[in-house]
Design a protein around this ligand. Structure first.
Ligand SMILES: Nc1nc2c(ncn2[C@@H]2O[C@H](COP(=O)(O)OP(=O)(O)OP(=O)(O)O)[C@@H](O)[C@H]2O)c(=O)[nH]1
Ligand SMILES: [Mg+2]
Length: 448
């Protein structure tokens, strides 16, 4: 439940720093300023002041900023006290604020209030957290785009067109004598088709955005000595894994984060798949299979020189370790040692040599295309929650079109249009449960 109490938190990270900020939001912000500073600073003017405790003794001296409602981040009166960034000083200031009447803010509570006061919508609030959490420059740029509303405005454009269309259909249903004419208008299917294609385009862009945020995991798997660790080292650009000509060099999981054109990837090197007898190797294989299960893409590394005679059979053996529907790509490694033709390999493959670096650029391109990644230019950040809602919105709309095509029923179409709108509303937070909000905001930092 949203109650109008006053919240406070240290908004800078724990530890020591040049500046530390205590943030206060709510109805007591102005009186808190009066009590701690001795007067209310002019609106939005950085004001140098002492910060006093209840006995009139100065705790610190710094900059105070007062943002009156509704022109603040939360939409409420906000006071920011920028003192020196030491834990003792900041805790003294925070205790003073709490004694005056504020309570400690929960994680993300400032952003939650901004959302509840309609300063930002849910995707924008999530984008703030994503900006703070971003691990790559591209993710940060994408988060900023979403924070500025690029994603929400696309959702709203479609929602507006949908609402207008729903009004049209519902009017047709309400006047049954005219319904037939209305619903036989060929323009109607065109309107549904436009909505479907707009939603598909948005869904595609959001999937790029989710990739940018969440990245994905690629496992390097294959027989011992195929060159998995050599490929790992080529892709990470350093000596991540031990490489030797002894079969069974890698016995444990080694992982490393890389980027391909801004696409964040967790690369996992594994122990070679084999009929192991030694308990260490058996455990290595078990771990490899566990990683394969958790990954989004498996690179099946094959020593092409050693296996060119029974390539298809060799790949089939590796394939038995994948679960149904796993994405995979065959890498025919050690191409420098072999120059024959490949016939009859019924799988997508790339020729590569970790020794000469041949084929590595093509490998990267294939990885991007398998993951449907077309670059981060102009991409806004998104989350799995959003792509899931877009998928449901699209499903409902396509179902509506199908049923309407088959039976010409306006009622059923209206029902599916409503479901589409609800799914879209979940993205921006127009329809959201307290559970969902709790889940989203609790992952934010304190003071944000
Ligand atoms: N000529 C050639 N040799 C390669 C190539 N890739 C790897 N090798 C050699 O193959 C041997 C095995 O390479 P690794 O990268 O350790 O192979 P692995 O698949 O990690 O092997 P395990 O850890 O034992 O499962 C090493 O001697 C590498 O130098 C390649 O593209 N060309
Ligand atoms: Mg290895």
């Amino acid at each position: 439940m949203y109650t109008k109490d006053t919240i406070a938190a240290i908004a800078t990270p724990p530890g020591k720093g040049g500046i530390g900020i205590v943030r206060v939001s709510g109805p007591l912000a102005a009186s808190t300023a009066n009590l701690i500073l001795g007067s209310l600073p002019a609106e939005r003017v950085a004001t140098l002041s002492k910060f006093f405790d209840q006995d009139g003794i100065a705790i610190d001296q710094g900059i105070a900023l007062f943002y009156p409602a509704p022109h603040s981040f939360t939409g409420e009166d906000v006071l920011e006290l920028q003192g020196h960034g030491g834990p003792v000083v900041l805790n003294l200031i925070l205790s003073r604020v709490v004694k005056i009447g504020a309570r400690l803010a929960r994680p993300g509570e400032f952003s939650e209030r901004a959302y509840l006061n309609d300063k930002i919508d849910l995707t924008q609030a999530e984008a703030i957290a994503d900006l703070i959490d971003s691990a790559t420059v591209n993710a940060a740029r994408g988060a900023l785009r979403s924070m500025q509303g690029q994603f929400s405005s696309r959702v709203r454009q479609i929602t507006d067109a949908l609402v207008e269309f729903r009004m049209f259909i519902e009017a047709a249903i309400d006047f049954p004598e005219e319904e037939i004419d209305f619903l036989q208008d060929p323009g109607l299917i065109r309107r549904i088709d436009t909505l479907i294609s707009d939603l598909r385009a948005l869904s595609k862009d959001a999937t790029q955005g989710a990739l940018l945020r969440e990245g994905f995991t690629i496992v390097l798997a294959g027989r011992p000595n195929a060159g998995k660790s050599s490929l790992m080292n080529q892709l990470t650009g350093k000596d991540t894994s031990i490489v030797t000509d002894i079969s069974g060099t890698t016995r444990d999981i080694v992982d490393e984060h890389i980027q391909i054109d801004g696409l964040p990837i967790k690369l996992v090197d594994t122990a070679g798949l084999q009929q192991a007898e030694d308990p260490i190797e058996m455990e290595g294989v078990r771990r490899t299979l566990e990683q394969i299960d958790k990954s989004e893409l498996v690179l099946l590394i094959v020593d092409v020189e050693a296996h060119h005679q029974h390539l298809a059979k060799h790949v089939d053996m590796l394939m038995t370790e994948l679960s149904d529907g796993s994405k995979y790509l065959v890498v025919l490694n050690k191409s420098d040692l072999w120059c024959g033709e490949i016939i009859d390999l019924p799988h997508e493959y790339v020729f590569a040599s970790t020794k000469t670096s041949d084929g590595l650029d093509e490998l990267k391109d294939r990885i991007k295309s398998i993951m449907n990644y077309s670059g981060s230019e102009g991409v806004f950040i998104a989350r799995a929650r959003h792509t899931d809602a877009l998928r449901r919105a699209l499903e409902a709309l396509e179902r509506g079109k199908l049923v309407f095509d088959q039976r010409g029923s306006g009622d059923l179409l209206a029902e599916d249009l409503r479901a589409t709108q609800t799914a879209l509303g979940e993205i921006t937070g127009d329809y959201s449960s307290d559970d969902l909000l709790g889940k989203i905001f609790s992952t934010f930092c304190i003071g944000k």
